[in-house]
Design a protein. Structure first.
Length: 301
């Protein structure tokens, strides 16, 4: 039973993920008649998927075959569960969506969102981890050959101060790249005229899920410094665009931020840039919450 623990974890994760998504559909089905409810529906589904990818990246496995087995099992369970969730939960969405039953594509969007994010994310995680395991095995064989020839290879450890500095840079750069890639993706979608299509609803969750899982693959020789750096950078990069958007889209009066907040709560899709900023901001905290402040302890992520 112990040998199959990673497979069982993949099955349990996939089942729990789809149950959460189904509950999310029913929860927000009563609120989708408002734009705020629609925005919260897709944002919550995105965060649930990002959390699932982070948890998938934490499934312990030391062999490449076991990793591919986890990927195959999770996709085998995910496809029928997603279709069933979209069919049952999508009916509730259709009944309360503006325009009446059958006049929306919410169920299709959620289905495509769930399938694409999970397939691309789990495939990328599997490829990355198997590549890392293969590289480690090849390096181990090289060390054995060098030892047989009388050679040895030693790595000079970083000083504690330099190690913390490197961890700070890693955390800040990861958050910075997450924001930069989001902006570049938005600019590309706008340039080709696809910012209001299904591709737009799918591409951002895919990007955020991949980057959230990548956070767990960073070196954690100084986990506290890495975590603090990512948290501070996330706060600063959230406040900066939020302040700029508030200044740009509100009249020059004393309570411009309150007016901006009221617009976000009533017509969030009138300001999609701010929705993306909020999505990135929450994705960072999801990744940090799942992986926590800890060392690798020798495990293969």
């Amino acid at each position: 039973m112990k040998k199959n623990r990673s497979i069982l974890k993949a099955i349990g994760l996939t089942t729990g993920l789809n149950l959460l998504l189904l509950g999310d559909l029913y929860l927000f089905s009563r609120l989708v008649h408002r734009e705020l409810g629609q925005a919260l529906l897709f944002l919550s589904a995105t965060l649930i998927l990002s959390t699932g990818l982070c948890l998938f990246a934490r499934i312990p496995a030391s062999r490449r075959g076991r990793l591919w087995g986890c990927f195959g099992v999770t996709m085998g369970f995910h496809l029928p569960l997603t279709l069933a969730s979209a069919f049952t939960g999508g009916r509730a969405l259709s009944e309360h969506w503006p325009g009446g039953t059958g006049n929306n594509l919410a169920a299709l969007l959620i289905c495509l969102l769930t399938l694409s994010v999970w397939f691309i994310g789990t495939f990328w995680i599997t490829v990355f981890r198997t590549t890392r395991i293969g590289r480690a095995k090849r390096e181990g064989k090289r060390q054995v050959k060098r030892a047989l020839k009388g050679y040895s290879k030693e790595y000079a450890p970083l000083s504690p101060a330099r190690g913390r500095l490197v961890a700070v840079l890693r955390g800040a750069l990861w958050v910075l790249w997450l924001h930069i890639l989001t902006v570049l993706l938005l600019e590309w979608l706008v340039s080709v005229g696809l910012e209001e299509t299904i591709l737009s609803y799918v591409s951002f969750p895919v990007l955020w899920g991949l980057m959230a899982a990548a956070y767990g693959l960073l070196d954690r020789s100084s986990p506290i410094a890495l975590t603090l750096s990512a948290a501070v950078s996330n706060l600063l990069l959230f406040l900066l665009p939020t302040t700029l958007l508030t200044v740009a889209n509100s009249p020059n009066i004393k309570y411009r931020f309150i007016i901006h907040l009221d617009r976000m709560l009533t017509n969030p899709f009138d300001n999609p840039d701010q929705l993306l900023v909020i999505g990135v901001f929450l994705t960072v905290w999801v990744a940090m919450a799942v992986f926590g402040v800890r060392n690798r302890r020798g495990e293969e992520m």
